[in-house]
Design a protein around this ligand. Structure first.
Ligand code: NDP
Length: 469
């Protein structure tokens, strides 16, 4: 059955305008001109006001009808699922999507009460969002969340955004599933969620899956390559040897909370590239990752000392220029979710904003052609950015995928999951001493920290040679 259409008669002014030579049109035009030019006396103008008011009301009425005809009914809104939508980037992305008028957002959160309060404070209309509990510390929660979601609504876009950063933790904390908590929340549970929802999301006309990445997991940047510790998954032997509360770090090295976060962000970006290789052609799903800029005030830094949380935003805003507000970062992630440009799959998106020193290094062997290109500071426009050699390594990504599948209880290829041999230098590197860049190490300690320029030349931090980088 064809949908009913509403026939609306055009307003008098429009009908007359289609006949500009008619006498009636000429008369009206001269009246309008007299009104505009003030040629009528105030009394005459008052007498003619009802006519003008009539035209305005009619136009407003027609505009409202037009809106009604063209508005997408609530049932036809696109649906985005955002993990960790109760604060920071996730919440502000939900806002940007909802404000566009085209989206319903499922806020997938560990604390529904907090999400409800945040949604109310943000002024989200009630029919534009729903809240569903999701505890990423538990694979069981991911599975039951996915089951409920699939039973209740279609999903166009999945945004894996939630994360934990535990730089001050002196010892690792483990989940009930037996994995280090930031490894599970940031990487493994999102990996499981992507696998659970992929068959569902692919039914959309414009299906997209996004995992938020970071400059910190990308060692070809100043932010990721010069600020110690560096992301480096090594041979992934930690994940391969994982037992209940087994090695905390994915490379099997000594515990370092900041590195665990950076490694998990590297794993997030590698997961997107590997998913693109495995599934984009078959399913049409767009797989993307992105760096939103340094959103220095979010809850991500809750593990840091109060003085750091006060000074860090100022440092990022006024010294490095890498600072971006929560709302701007939310608009950026929403852009990746909805813009036509971001339909391209397998891309790491960034914004060449106001960053001054925390910037990407243009790769290239020629010193003159290398340089800083900015890294997400406020403003600027979206661009495709290069990932580090390690992030782009397809063999390592395949091993990461199979090991992650094994960890979360999905089918896996057993050729990729055994621990691999490591040289003495590789073992020394992953258990390297904790010291700061710029401070020389005693000569008897192998220097696993490297030089930024050398890293830029090689494009990676993970090329360990003979005990020194
Ligand atoms: P927030 O801490 O504000 O947001 C993180 C979200 O993750 C929160 O909503 C939090 O829930 C949720 N979360 C944490 N643990 C769990 C869990 N176990 N189960 C479910 N949800 C959980 O930080 P940001 O907004 O800054 O971080 C969002 C993303 O942006 C992360 O992926 C981060 O890596 C990335 N990013 C952030 C940058 C920054 O400068 N801030 C820079 C680059 C990337 P709750 O509200 O209950 O705490």
């Amino acid at each position: 059955m064809r949908p009913a259409t509403i026939q609306v008669r055009a307003p008098l002014s429009a009908r007359l305008a289609s006949r500009p030579n008619s006498m009636r049109y000429q008369q009206k035009e001269s009246q309008r001109e007299s009104l505009r030019s003030g040629a009528f006396s105030p009394r005459q103008a008052t007498q003619r006001k009802p006519l003008v008011a009539y035209a305005e009301t009619a136009n407003a009425f027609l505009g409202a009808i037009d809106d009604l005809i063209h508005a997408r009914p609530a049932g036809k809104l696109k649906t985005a699922v955002i993990t960790g939508a109760s604060s920071g980037l996730g919440l502000n992305t939900a806002k940007a999507l909802i404000d566009s008028g085209k989206w319903h957002v499922v806020m997938a959160v560990r604390n529904p009460e907090k999400a409800k309060l945040a949604a109310t404070q943000m002024g989200f209309p009630k029919d534009r969002y729903s809240i569903m509990p999701l505890e990423l510390e538990s694979f069981e929660s991911v599975r039951s969340f996915s089951k409920k979601l699939k039973a209740t609504r279609n999903v166009d876009t999945l945004i894996c955004n939630a994360a934990l950063y535990l730089p001050a933790h002196q010892n690792p904390r483990y989940t009930n599933d037996g994995y280090e908590v930031s490894q599970q929340v940031n990487h493994l549970s999102h990996f499981l969620l992507v696998n659970e929802l992929l068959p569902h999301v692919k039914r959309s006309k414009d299906p997209r899956i996004i995992i938020v990445g970071s400059i910190t997991g990308n060692t070809n940047t100043v932010g990721g390559g010069a600020v110690w510790p560096w992301a480096d998954l090594g041979k992934l032997n930690g994940l391969a040897e994982a037992t209940d509360k087994g090695p905390a770090m994915m490379n099997g090295g000594t515990w370092n909370g900041a590195k665990a976060y950076k490694d998990s962000k590297l794993a997030n970006m590698m997961t997107i590239l590997e998913a693109d290789r495995r599934f984009h052609d078959k399913t049409g799903v767009t797989f993307s990752t992105m760096y939103p800029g340094c959103i220095a005030e979010t809850g991500l830094f809750r593990d840091k000392k109060p003085w750091f949380r006060k000074l860090f935003p100022l440092f990022m805003r006024y010294v490095t220029g890498g600072y971006v507000s929560e709302s701007e970062a939310g608009e950026r992630l929403a852009e990746v979710a909805m813009s036509d440009r971001c339909k391209k799959s397998g891309v790491y998106w960034g914004w060449n904003g106001a960053a001054k020193t925390v910037a990407y290094l243009k790769p290239g062997l020629d010193a003159n052609s290398r340089g800083l290109t900015g890294a997400g500071g406020a403003g600027g426009s979206i661009e495709e950015l290069p990932l580090s050699v390690e992030a782009r390594d397809p063999e390592k990504a395949r091993r990461l995928w199979e090991l992650s599948a094994k960890a979360v209880g999905l089918p896996y290829d057993s050729n990729y999951v055994s621990p691999l041999h490591e040289t003495a230098a590789e073992i020394a590197a992953k258990n390297g001493p904790k010291s700061l860049p710029g401070i020389p190490l005693p000569s008897f300690v192998p220097d696993s920290r490297g030089q930024l320029d050398k890293r830029a030349k090689e494009g990676t931090s993970s090329q360990f040679q003979g005990g020194r980088l």
